[in-house]
Design a protein around this ligand. Structure first.
Ligand code: GLA
Length: 338
């Protein structure tokens, strides 16, 4: 085996700072890749993928090119590898081992990280948007959940020291510096899976709202008033107000207005809890506790919801439990000593 066959690649997880459940209606989202993620080591081989994982049971193995149904691959985590292999249509695979510092099912995009790192191991060499699109299609094939592009685009394109302000309609990214005089703290609450959750219902409810008032991205709160159905009304109100919160958050970050940033986080959580119904009682109680703590500017649930993680923005050192995450670079191949 020559050195050229050696593989070492890493993809970060992400925490969404604000802009939740906006991506699949072409809205605005503001996630940040974090200094936790998934690493793959191994070597290239012809005609197959073989993989083990420190966090998952069983061994994945299938022949390339893969043209079957990714969702039918066992063990279950192998369907993500099969999804991306089918997307890329490759015949050269790898024999590798995965390790991760993001728990699966925690709302930190472990699945998007997995697919991006596997794509790199399969020799993907397109631009970040192409990677994000391929990983998103692969995730749909693997899980059947109609997720947006936020996670993959953040993980594929992130820049160290920056958060990624994403316009999910044009699929463009602006890298926004993250100040170093605040802490961004992620706290894990409970596991969840979007498969079988109300995630797909929320997507359908947004589609129903758009059938009445047009694209939510262009709608105003006055437009939302025209929706009579109270559930659809509330879902639309969340998305329209959340897009505005993303804009306000980005402006407040630029002028280092941390009280305003905190207020927007708190308001975003209330909107997810009351209008979008993706929080849980346990998460609400934890968020309330964080919001009341000394030195915390604001806190909210982050990610798809129904469990997962919370994010808080605080004065340095204000919270001692949870992960103080740093803005990290996107998915990349690693040098041997990294
Ligand atoms: C999950 C999905 C994303 C996005 C978020 C909610 O993370 O993968 O596309 O919809 O939920 O903001």
């Amino acid at each position: 085996m020559s050195d050229v066959d050696e593989l070492r690649a890493h993809a970060p997880g992400r925490v969404n700072l604000i802009g939740e459940h906006t991506d699949y209606t072409g809205g605005l989202a503001f996630p940040m890749a974090i200094d936790r993620g998934t690493t793959l080591t191994g070597h290239r081989i012809d005609g197959a993928i073989r993989a083990t994982s420190s966090d998952e049971d069983g061994e994945v193995g299938f022949a390339l090119p893969f043209s079957g149904d990714p969702a039918s691959v066992e063990p279950r985590w192998g369907s993500f590898l099969a999804g991306i292999a089918r997307e890329l249509g490759v015949t050269r695979g790898f024999d590798g081992h995965l390790t991760s510092t993001i728990p699966a099912g925690a709302g930190l995009s472990s699945s998007a990280a997995l697919m991006c790192v596997v794509a790199l191991a399969l020799g993907f060499d397109g631009d970040p948007l192409e990677l994000a699109r391929a990983a998103r299609r692969a995730e749909h094939a693997a899980t059947g959940v109609p997720t947006g592009v936020m996670d993959q685009l953040c993980i594929a394109s992130a820049r160290a020291g920056h958060a990624t302000l994403i316009d999910c309609r044009s699929e463009t990214v602006e890298h926004v510096p993250v100040p170093s005089d605040i802490d961004i703290v992620v706290r894990f609450v409970t596991h969840r899976t979007l498969h079988g959750s109300a995630y797909a219902d929320r997507v359908a409810e947004c589609t129903a709202a758009e059938a009445i008032i047009g694209p939510l991205r262009d709608a105003t709160l006055d437009d939302v008033e025209r929706i009579d159905d109270q559930v659809i009304h509330r879902r639309a109100r969340h998305v329209v107000s959340e897009n505005q919160r993303v804009r306000s958050f980005a402006e407040a970050l630029e002028r280092a207005d941390y009280p305003e940033i905190g207020r927007l986080l708190d308001e975003g959580h209330a909107s997810l809890r009351d209008d979008f119904a993706t929080s849980t009682d346990v998460m609400d109680a934890e968020v309330a506790r964080l919001q009341a703590a000394d030195g915390v500017f604001g806190a909210r649930m982050t990610g798809g919801g129904f469990g997962g993680c919370l994010v808080a923005i605080t004065r340095p050192g204000a919270l001692t439990d949870g992960w103080r995450v740093k803005p990290a670079a996107g998915a990349r191949s690693l040098a041997a000593d990294e």
